[in-house]
Write a protein that binds this ligand. Structure first.
Ligand code: KG4
Ligand code: ZN
Length: 333
């Protein structure tokens, strides 16, 4: 079969990214321009600032992706772009850039769901064997998704309040750590000990849903009360205790889902999949009993390579977008 190359673009949040992916599995180039420095002083992503950066960067990033792959637009078979969910202004920049490329070079256009991208990042490492279970843990999502085949997503569990990455970022902020806080908490957790007893939110017996706001509030209260009493907070022990609670819940619920659905592959996806403690705990729990797939760190956080990986089955199924493709901030999987 012919080699197929997809130019993929991702601008849903605060990374302007473009990549060229061959057959949904091989990275020919993968360029990510992070805006973190610009958002840091606000302690989070400012939508208007994000859009402005995307406008300034996107053309250059696309050109760089072509250059690094040593390809011309005529070597491409399709253009894929994150259609949603995300910040509407940010999404629109990517969507318009993708349309312009596709229209100018006579290529089909493919709209990709951001979370499908995170899941398919795993395909850049090893084949996906269906049926499988995906644990999606990012700044906006915490979900268990059962996939019977390509493109079929059944959400079997999700957070009822905060996403796990959101809880990480808020706890980090309370400790005065820079945005995004996840990697800082992760680092601190390994320097400390889980000596504090923090709650685990199990919800109803056997529930596959999550809740992290109770844990988050509990941690925030502990820090606040210590401050009021003039006591020192030990950030490393706090981080370790918080992380232990999060990981125990994620691993236990994933185990329940794996057993219930009888899958033999577990794929982990999203920015929090970069967490060293979580990776180690999942490996300990699952590596012997099933095929565990966790993307390498740079493919866990937002990038365009994952969008090119997810777009491949859509290209094979000729599931193309029209010229009316729009950014869909609340898009469902
Ligand atoms: O997938 P992602 O890059 O963007 C979204 O689609 O949300 O995920 C970003 C989230 C942030 O909340 C960030 O703090 C978290 O992933 N994150 C981590 C780690 N690296 C990134 N959380 C915990 N430990 C990490 N090592
Ligand atoms: Zn993401």
């Amino acid at each position: 079969t012919k080699t197929k190359r997809i130019l993929a673009i991702e601008t849903s949040c605060d990374e302007t990214a473009a990549a060229i992916i061959e057959n949904g599995t091989t990275i020919l180039s993968n360029v990510v321009a992070s805006q973190i420095e610009s958002h840091k002083r606000f302690g989070g992503v400012v939508p208007e600032v994000a859009s402005r950066h995307h406008v300034e960067q996107v053309t250059r990033i696309i050109e760089q992706a072509l250059e690094e792959a040593n390809l011309k637009p005529s070597d491409l078979d399709a253009v894929a772009v994150t259609e949603g969910p995300g910040l509407v202004g940010a999404l629109l920049i990517g969507v318009h850039a993708a349309k312009a490329m596709a229209f100018a070079h006579g290529l089909p256009l493919i709209g990709v769901h951001h979370i499908a991208g995170h899941i398919y990042a795993n395909q850049l490492e090893q084949p996906m064997h269906f049926p499988l279970l995906a644990l999606v843990v990012s700044g906006g999502h915490t979900e268990l998704i059962y996939m019977e085949k390509d493109g079929h997503y059944e959400t079997i569990g999700m957070t009822r309040d905060d996403a796990v990455g959101e809880a990480y970022d808020k706890v980090a902020r309370t400790l005065g750590l820079p945005y995004p806080g996840g990697p800082h908490i992760d680092r601190l957790a390994h320097e400390g000990e889980a000596v504090l007893t923090f709650p685990r939110s199990w919800l109803e017996p056997n529930s596959l849903d999550f809740s992290f706001s109770g844990l988050k509030s509990h941690v925030l209260n502990v820090v606040h009360n210590q401050k009021q009493r003039g006591e020192e907070t030990n950030p490393a022990n706090l981080a370790a205790s918080f992380q232990e609670s999060v990981i125990e819940v994620l691993v236990t619920k994933t185990r329940t889902a794996v057993n219930k659905y009888g899958v033999n592959q577990l794929v982990v996806a999203g920015g929090v999949a970069a967490n060293k403690g979580l990776r180690a705990a999942l490996e300990k729990e699952f590596a012997e009993s099933l095929t565990l797939s966790i993307p390498p760190l740079p493919l866990c956080t937002d990038n365009a390579a994952m969008i090119g990986a997810a777009a491949f089955y859509q290209l094979e199924q000729a599931s193309f977008a029209g010229w009316d493709l729009n950014g869909r901030p609340g898009m469902e999987l």
